[in-house]
Design a protein around this ligand. Structure first.
Ligand code: IDP
Ligand code: MG
Length: 174
C-alpha cells in the first residue's frame, strides 16, 4: 500500500497556443502514458486579473514587460486546465514539459517536440515565448494554483489501473 504522503498533485495548463494548434490530446496523452492520474479537467477562458493572480511572482522574477506579454498570451484564447496526481508529480511533470525556453527543451519533451523559439524572438516581436504548457514549478506553487483554478468539487478521486500497476496498491479480491 502506498502511503498518501508520497502522492502529490500539480496543475497543468494547455495554454492558448496549445489549444489553437490542436495539441490538447497530445499533451494529455503524454501524461496518461506515464501513468499519471488526471483528477480534474476543464476548458476555461480567463481575464487578465485572473491570469495575473496565477502568475503572482512573475513581475518580481522577470519584470513588468514579461508580465504584460504573458497576460496577453494567457488571455488570447481558452486554455485547458487539469490537475494531475502521482509520485513526485510536480518534478516529473516539469520534466515531461521541458524547460521554459523552447530552444533549450530536448526532443521528447512537450516544449522540445512542439516548439523551438527563444526569448530573443520574444523580445523582438514583443510576445511572451509560446511554449504550449504551464506546469506548477514547486509543491507550494501547485497547492496555490490548483485551488486558484479548481473548486474542491471539481476534483474527482478514483481508482485507476495505475494505482495497482505503478503505485502497488493492493487489488481487492472479491
Ligand atoms: P515556466 O512556465 O517554465 O514555469 P516562468 O518563468 O514561470 O516559466 O514564466 C512563465 C511564462 O512566461 C513562460 O512559460 C513563458 O511563456 C513566459 N516567459 C517567461 N520568461 C520570459 C521571457 O524572458 N521572455 C518571454 N516570455 C517569457
Ligand atoms: Mg512558472
Amino acid at each position: 500500500m502506498v502511503e498518501n504522503e508520497l502522492i502529490e498533485k500539480t496543475l497543468v495548463l494547455v495554454k492558448p497556443d496549445g489549444v489553437q494548434r490542436g495539441l490538447i490530446g497530445e499533451v494529455i496523452s503524454r501524461f496518461e502514458k506515464i501513468g499519471v492520474k488526471i483528477i480534474g479537467m476543464k476548458m476555461i477562458s480567463v481575464d487578465k486579473k485572473f491570469a495575473e493572480e496565477h502568475y503572482n511572482d512573475i513581475k518580481e522574477r522577470k519584470g513588468d514587460k514579461v508580465l504584460q506579454m504573458l497576460l496577453e498570451y494567457c488571455t488570447m484564447g481558452p486554455v485547458v486546465a487539469m490537475v494531475l496526481e502521482g509520485v513526485d508529480i510536480v518534478e516529473v511533470v516539469r520534466k515531461v514539459c521541458g524547460p521554459t525556453e523552447p530552444n533549450k527543451a530536448l526532443p521528447g519533451t512537450i516544449r522540445g517536440d512542439f516548439a523551438h523559439a527563444n526569448y530573443n524572438l520574444s523580445d523582438t516581436v514583443g510576445q511572451a515565448v509560446r511554449n504550449i504548457v504551464h506546469a506548477s514549478g514547486t509543491k507550494e506553487e501547485a497547492e496555490f494554483e490548483i485551488y486558484h483554478w479548481f473548486n474542491e468539487n471539481e476534483l474527482h478521486p478514483y481508482t485507476s489501473v495505475h494505482d495497482v500497476h505503478i503505485l502497488h496498491k493492493e487489488v481487492k479480491k472479491e
